[in-house]
Design a protein around this ligand. Sequence first.
Ligand SMILES: [Zn+2]
Length: 334
Amino acid sequence: MKATGIDHLARSRRNQFTDVRLNREVELRDDAQWVAQTLQDPGTRLVPLWRSRSLLQRTNEGTMAVYLSPRELDQPDRIQPPTLLGSDDVRDYFAVSVTDSQKDAILERYPNAVFSDLRRASIDMAAKHAGILAYAKALHYWQHRHAFCGVCGNPNLLRSAGHRMVCSNEECGRASFPRIDPAIIVLITNRDACLLGRNAKWRPRQFSTLAGFVEPGESLEDAVVREVYEEVQLQLTDIRYVSSQPWPFPASAMCGFYAEAVDRVSGISAEVEETRWFTVESLTRAVMDDEVRLSPPVSIAFRLLADWFRKNGGGDLEELVRRQRALNKAAANC
Ligand SMILES: [Zn+2]
């Protein structure tokens, strides 16, 4: 029997933030002695986060992650218990939340580095470490937004090397785990065309696939049907799951789909103020004329569209976008 699951795994691994796959060492998270020892190992690397921002440095090869050795962090006792991310078979990685004064000391040591927003930086980031930073950021976000127990309001304590929280009130003792919000994202097609929408809040000319959060009581496919009908009043057939992507902005797992619309009579809504159907030819023209701007190539939205574009004879969409940018740059320099 053909293992169709492999296709989905391979497809998801092409998405940004899935490139570095650490051994998460789940079985070691509760071994306090091992965690303490590993934290002091000079080979260990710390992934610092300050106010949800990642430490990055521009190089000729793109934006790179900056990691610290345990000795490079001043007053390590002032940080929250570090969070074990896992091992890449060479070394272990821990995420650490740094204080304002630790941040200043780090930037003094790395004058070319900055704490910046991973979402923007990942656009030209060497993919190798984007996955580690995304993983660290997702845990950091959860830890900082669940500092208190949702049942009794007492402070939560981090356990299992940062992957579990337990209420400090012994009578309550409620445990909580990292929260992820599933969202669907869908490229709608009808025969030789696909639909892109413009969100009312986006910058001018930006178009993308439709997306929305999964609601309680829904399957992922139910969410695709509901979101698309709410946003553009289209009815769908043939909904196909394609791939997924961790999207820690702030805490999503994006689940990507293709779906065929029964017709091209689409509407608009408060969220989607404009829709357009594109064939490969009209999308090529719209991109080259800078009439339409697409989501960054790191997004699953771009990946869904680029795969459709290639399958329908359009070639490499990323290359097309690069050519258009080069034209814009040349025009600006004239
Ligand atoms: Zn509690």
